[in-house]
Write a protein that binds this ligand. Structure first.
Ligand code: SMO
Length: 696
């Protein structure tokens, strides 16, 4: 195989994709992991003697065999005290249920499973240690917030359950040793170059000897932006044994040892004056990182807090974040990666501020949003909001949702004893950090080849990059083909994450095309090629708002979303269909977060939700329809004017849904609810209110 070809979105939908597990590798062994069934303890016995003699088993490895391997590098967006251990196989003690302890290499997956079943593992279980601080950061601005001196103070706490990213294709990797001592790796990843660089670092191999290919990738949502212990082990085993090696996670392994999202607890106090103008914000986040850290393990703790106070003017802030380890699966970025947590706390506080001052949810926000005339605007945490008309978005939402009529309808239904409510939320989606690359080659026959340093997991990247190039070069889009996801053929790049690819990767394509076009116009002959690295001056801040109407059945607690609207400003739109699809997909996942999803552990650190039988995820038929209205304020941060949109729905929808549920139950005196808003939880809240009333 000399180059990677990916399938477009229609082919993926038809089932024509070619994923990591589809790569045929003659002589390939299957890796099966034996995992810890305790959250903490020393390994007393690890007896592999029976396993090595099982039919089909070629080798069995334990921690000692990989003790010499290096550590994964962690992005230090928050300075961390000391790195957590990165162990491909547990080194003498275990730190979480699901941690790989031993690995069986076998000629088939079933032989590997049979082999793993014969390993005798005895762990001297101990109580997990208390959570320990890993990293912390804080921001202060203005006079130290003295809520006590503010005429009105509201406070809120939001508990975000851990979530499972649930890509349709679980994690997967395959590795084939090459005659030159190197290795070719097929990896279901968002970040092929990062995988190559980190593999080189951990294995102590020259990066030039490692080729990482991301074939079609069946979803990722942040899950696949780092290397995992199992993946590093698989590549090491291929090199150690000199044979192709493969590991493909089962769905249960995704629950056990894939990175979880969210899990943060945020709390804050907002001070305001009698006119509803915000004076001060004190807020903190506590973010679990689990028992090891993936590359982006600190991003949620950082994003959740640096985005505060969100789109609002708050002169004085005292904001802090703490990441802490615990004896559970690692957490990582998951669609939104801290931004949903930032929006959820602010929007709960702002809703409460509206109730405290008697101001309508739209009015309290309009009084405090950063005005368009103040853009670009530096926030108290030093973020530069690049552009936007926040009040304009809110006005548009009020109009397209028919808010005033809905409010009247909800009030009338309340008179009839129904539980119904409206929830509003505003959100920011900072996106497009850093740099990305593109190589554009204009061939003699008029076709154009784009090789991107970015990657894709079904986001219609080929279509949007071809659209950008076609416009820049004045050629039909069908002349243009796009490749990505191969460290050998593509220029060094970052990958597809953090809503960056159109704004940053697309800008690299655009600027390379501009240079080719000017050369061509000046008379240069084909073929022409140009390598471009685009580096942004700053982030592009997408934003928008959601309005949700919810009814709650008083007898059963069942919530029904009766209507949902959003206004989204993702800057200049390159591909309308792709933008719509991103918003809808994010909304579905945001809906799942708000209404259904939660990873549960018991007090012993046992995961209680390790399959889709126990973890409720929305089906297509559960997800309500969403009306989308667009605004387009071009970002000055890149030549396309584009902003990210991949995470919009997961950021904006949950707080609107939460606010709608609380509004529906407000007549009962309910002021706070935790997600997910399961019927049981709502029924319990209603029931508790009724019992309290009965006692009075
Ligand atoms: S959480 Mo995203 O895939 O960077």
């Amino acid at each position: 195989m000399t180059q990677t070809s990916h399938h477009d979105t229609a082919a993926l939908l038809r089932g024509e994709g070619r994923f990591c597990d589809d790569i045929a590798l003659p002589g390939c062994l299957s890796v099966t992991f034996l995992r810890s069934d305790s959250a903490a303890g020393d390994i007393d016995t690890l007896d592999i003697s029976e396993a090595v003699d099982m039919p089909g088993v070629v080798a069995v490895h334990t921690g000692a065999d990989v003790a010499h391997l290096g550590c994964l590098e962690v992005n230090g967006v928050i300075p961390y005290d000391s790195p957590l251990a990165f162990e491909c196989l547990a080194q003498g003690r275990v730190q979480a249920v699901g941690q790989p302890v031993a690995a069986v290499l076998a000629t088939s997956r079933s032989a590997g499973l049979d082999g793993a079943e014969t390993i005798w593992l005895d762990i001297d279980s101990s109580d997990p240690p208390a959570p320990a601080r890993v990293a912390t950061q804080s921001w202060q601005a203005g006079d130290a917030p003295k809520e006590a001196s503010a005429p009105i103070t509201v406070s809120a706490t939001v508990n975000h359950p851990r979530l499972v990213p649930l890509s349709m294709e679980p994690r997967a990797i395959a590795a084939r040793p090459e005659p030159d001592g190197g290795v070719t790796v097929w990896h279901s990843t968002q970040t092929p170059h990062r995988s190559r660089t980190q593999l080189a670092h951990i294995l102590g191999l020259d990066a030039g000897l490692i080729r990482v290919i991301a074939p079609d990738v069946g979803g990722a949502f942040g899950l696949k932006a780092s290397l995992y212990p199992e993946e590093v082990f698989t590549v090491w085993a291929a090199l150690h044994h000199g044979r192709p090696m493969r590991w493909s996670a089962t769905r249960s392994e995704e629950f056990l040892s894939g990175t979880h999202g969210r899990g943060l607890t945020t709390s804050g106090r907002l001070g305001l004056d009698a006119n509803g103008r915000f004076i001060s914000l004190s807020a903190e986040a506590r973010a679990p990182v689990g028992h090891w850290m993936p590359n982006s393990g600190l991003i949620p703790a950082w994003n959740a807090t640096r985005v505060w106070p969100g789109p609002y003017l708050v002169p004085a802030v005292d904001i802090s974040t703490t990441a802490y380890s615990e004896n559970r699966a690692a957490t990582g970025i998951y669609r939104g990666a801290g931004r949903p947590e930032a929006a959820a706390l602010m929007e709960r506080l702002v809703d409460k501020a509206g109730r405290a001052t008697g101001l309508d949810p739209f009015e309290i926000r309009l009084r405090n949003l950063v005005p368009a005339s103040a853009m670009p605007f530096e926030t108290p945490t030093g973020q530069i909001l690049d552009s936007g008309d926040y009040a304009g978005a809110l006005d548009a939402l009020r109009r397209v949702s028919g808010y005033d009529a809905r409010r009247a309808e909800v009030n009338a239904r309340r008179e009839q004893g129904e539980l119904a409510g409206l929830g509003l939320a505003f959100y920011l989606e900072p996106s497009g950090e850093g740099w990305e690359t593109a190589r554009v080659t204009w061939n003699v026959d008029g076709t154009v080849q784009i090789d991107s340093g970015s990657s894709a997991q079904g986001q219609a990247r080929m279509r949007s990059y071809a659209t950008i190039a076609a416009q820049a070069l004045g050629l039909p889009a069908q002349n243009i083909s796009v490749r990505y996801g191969d460290t050998k053929t593509c220029p060094e790049g970052i990958g597809a994450l953090a809503s960056r690819s159109t704004a940053i990767g697309g800008s690299a394509v655009f600027e390379a095309c501009q240079i080719l076009k000017s050369k061509r116009d000046a008379g240069a002959d084909l073929p022409l090629s140009h390598d471009m690295t685009f580096k942004t001056k700053g982030q592009a801040w997408g934003y928008g708002c959601y309005l949700v109407q919810m009814a709650v059945d008083a007898d059963t607690g069942t919530p029904t979303i009766e209507a949902a609207f959003c206004v989204d400003d993702t800057g200049t739109v390159i591909d309308q269909q792709a933008v719509t699809d991103q918003i809808l997909g994010g909304f579905a996942q945001g809906f799942g977060e708000a209404m259904m999803e939660a990873v549960r552990y018991d007090t012993d650190g046992q995961i209680l939700t390790a399959s889709l039988m126990d973890y409720a995820a929305p089906r297509a038929s559960d997800v309500p329809s969403l009306s989308i209205a667009k605004m387009q304020t071009p970002s000055p941060m890149n030549p396309l004017g584009a902003k990210g949109v991949g995470e919009a729905g997961t950021i904006g929808a949950p707080p609107a849904i939460l606010n709608a549920a609380i509004d529906a139950l407000a007549p009962l005196g309910i002021t706070d609810l935790d997600m997910p808003l399961s019927p049981h939880r709502l029924w319990q809240a209603i029931h508790d209110c009724e019992s309290r009333k009965a006692e009075l």
